[in-house]
Design a protein around this ligand. Structure first.
Ligand code: PLP
Length: 250
């Protein structure tokens, strides 16, 4: 059944520049007709050039935000982005165990588009507790490498969308893989822009919103890719580095 106004909970970090993180998620979920709810894991001070400060929430505060919205509104899908610390990752894993039937999309954020580290090696190690509880994991090529490469996917037994956007070719490929190998692939011409801040956040939030409204995984990924491409095409051109994407008309 298609939900009228799909409720999507984003568990992620705040980006003061409005390009990525919670801000990208709220924008995406809202623009796609959903109701966005948030549990902020970290506050980052950043712009298109870099991250100048990061302050983490406590795991208890992350859980308090999660349960405040779950107990009253519930959610049709959950998106997990920047976790910030192993303690927050473990707290979020504990929550995800209690909502096993809901779609959960995990963008395993490790590095900001500007190059700043958003997850240290202990936090990345704690991703192992989150991944088995997910419907889909959306690593880029570098994140996939850090997670053990394609050989590790069979061990996780969870579908992975390996995003090719950081590759060098003119035609970029996103591949949906599971333990048995490739299920589907999407190809697209590279969009030539430096304003790509928040592509991973936007994609995973869009997939979560489409799953929340009843789409299949394949349809949700296809629509979310189109949405990211439209967002790149409409980037306003702000900032001296990797600026935010635009808000396409739906
Ligand atoms: N989450 C936060 C809070 C961020 O600041 C960033 C990047 O700066 C990301 C996630 C990942 O961004 P992207 O979607 O560009 O991979």
């Amino acid at each position: 059944m298609k939900a009228n106004c799909p409720r999507v909970l984003s568990i992620a970090g705040s980006d003061s520049g409005g390009g990525a993180g919670i801000q990208a998620d709220i924008r995406t979920i809202t623009n796609l007709g959903g109701h966005a709810m948030t549990a902020i894991t970290a506050v980052t001070a950043q712009n298109s050039a870099g991250v100048t400060a990061v302050e983490l929430m406590t795991p208890d505060m992350v859980l308090a935000q999660i349960w405040a919205v779950m107990d009253d509104f519930d959610a049709d899908a959950i998106k997990v982005g920047m976790l910030g610390s192993p303690e927050i990752a473990l707290a979020v894993a504990g929550f995800l165990k209690s909502v096993r039937k809901k779609p959960v999309i995990f963008d395993p954020v490790m590095v900001a588009t500007s190059g700043a580290t958003l997850a240290d090696s202990r936090t990345i190690a704690a991703f192992q507790k989150i991944i088995p509880l997910c419907t889909l994991v959306t690593p880029n090529l570098d994140e996939m490498e850090r997670l053990g490469g394609e050989d590790s996917i069979s061990g996780f037994a969870v579908p992975f969308l390996v995003k090719g956007g950081h590759g060098d070719a003119d035609v970029l490929t996103d591949r949906l893989l599971n333990a048995d190998g490739e299920i589907e692939r999407w190809e697209g011409n590279r969009i030539d822009t430096r304003h790509s801040h928040g592509t991973g956040c936007t994609l995973s939030a869009a997939i979560a919103t489409h799953l929340a409204s009843g789409d299949s995984l394949s349809a949700a990924i296809g629509k979310a890719r189109d949405y990211v491409r439209a967002s790149l095409e409409t980037a306003p051109g702000f900032g001296s580095g990797h600026g935010p994407m635009g808000v396409p008309k739906i």
